[in-house]
Design a protein around this ligand. Structure first.
Ligand code: SF4
Length: 355
């Protein structure tokens, strides 16, 4: 019989497995802590279990991390991993350090079906969804790499935030993403605060509110345009879920809790969406829907074979100034890890020749 993978099981599923082994319920809590609080991968080292239980666990279960196929460190300390799962499928994960903290950007699918025109990942067709365990275990690899599992000597937490912005559209893999986010934020385990987790969507409107209610994480929306005409041109998904529907879902989400700001990602593409007129239209749109928004202005990172050009810096500045004058925070994101193609929209796990 094939052994069952433990990483990715919820608390209640672990409890079920422990009870099936004829063990007492409290053992499931201990096992959860070994897996997700200590990051242990070897049953033999689970010292508060009897030898018999350790053997039973090893006979029935596995604790797997994806294989690190390649690892690159950028000049600015951004790190990119190419990870491989059991079936040979691969995704990329990125760590973006700040001074005293940092965000791990994780993937939710192999490839992506949304097909945003500016996105390198989008040029790689969807192969499959990741399981909850495959989503969670990416972050566990980052903790392994940086030695951030709790120990008496280890108090610093550089891997403080998670952004679900890697390969894939999270809401096209909703169940696994919800399960994974609840494991990553569970206070008895990995315990990343829900407020420090941001899920970014291309705007799958009907699933936004439900997913945020089920996870309590923050929302980022890839907007990238002030109207349907431009948005449909660069994000074909807009034909299915137009701006109005996406913003209505955002309104509904904010109605639940007034303190939640939504971050709108806005990639500046030369001559496409970066004029002052575009900025003013965007402001009118936010005011019309009464959305408490902040913007993340992203200078475009060209990738091989892409047809867009980055906006010149004076246009980026004018765009940001217009939004800020209207009362919206609109920082221009400094591109990170550009030398290793780890910047936003550049992730890709297959060579062009493999597609
Ligand atoms: S930007 Fe996100 S949703 Fe769009 S194609 Fe790329 S990975 Fe998919």
């Amino acid at each position: 019989m094939e052994k069952k993978e433990l990483i990715g099981l919820s608390k209640s599923e672990i409890e079920e497995e422990i009870l099936k082994l004829g063990e007492k319920k409290f053992r499931s809590k201990q096992l959860w802590q070994w897996l997700y609080f200590r990051g242990e991968t070897d049953f033999a080292k689970m010292t508060n279990f009897s030898k018999e239980l350790r053997e039973k666990l090893a006979e029935n279960f596995t604790i797997t991390r994806p294989k690190i196929v390649a690892e690159q460190l950028s000049k600015d300390k951004t790190r990119k991993w190419l990870l491989e799962f059991k079936d040979g499928e691969r995704v990329e994960m990125v760590y973006i350090p700040e001074e005293d903290r940092g965000a791990v950007c994780i993937s939710t699918q192999v490839g992506c079906a949304v097909g945003c025109k500016f996105c390198h990942t989008g040029s790689q067709k969807l192969t499959r969804n990741l399981t909850a365990g495959e989503i969670v275990s990416q972050f566990m690899v980052a903790r392994d790499t940086y030695g951030e599992w709790p120990s008496p000597t280890n108090e610093v937490r550089y891997l403080s935030n998670i952004v679900v912005m890697g390969m894939g559209e999270p809401l096209h893999n909703q169940d696994n993403v919800i399960k994974a986010l609840n494991i990553l934020t569970d206070g008895d385990g990995i315990a990343i605060s829900r407020r420090r987790v941001t899920m970014s969507t291309s705007g799958i409107a009907p699933k936004i509110v439900e997913t945020l209610k089920a996870t309590g994480v923050r929302l980022a929306v890839s907007l990238h345009a002030p109207n349907n005409e431009i948005r449909s041109q660069i994000m074909p998904i807009n034909n299915r879920y137009p701006i109005e529907e996406v913003l209505k879902a955002c309104q509904e989400y904010q109605a639940e809790d007034g303190s939640r700001y939504i971050t709108f990602e806005y990639l500046l593409l030369d001559g496409i969406n970066d004029s002052l007129e575009n900025a003013n239209e965007l402001i009118r749109l936010m005011k019309k829907y009464h959305i408490r928004a902040s913007f993340n202005l992203i200078p475009f990172n060209p990738w091989p074979g892409c047809c867009f050009k980055p906006s010149p810096s004076q246009k980026v500045k004018a765009f940001a100034d217009a939004l800020e004058k209207a009362g919206f925070a609109a920082p221009v994101r400094v591109a990170r890890g550009q030398d290793i193609l780890a910047a936003c929209g550049q992730l890709k796990s297959k060579k062009d020749s493999e597609q």
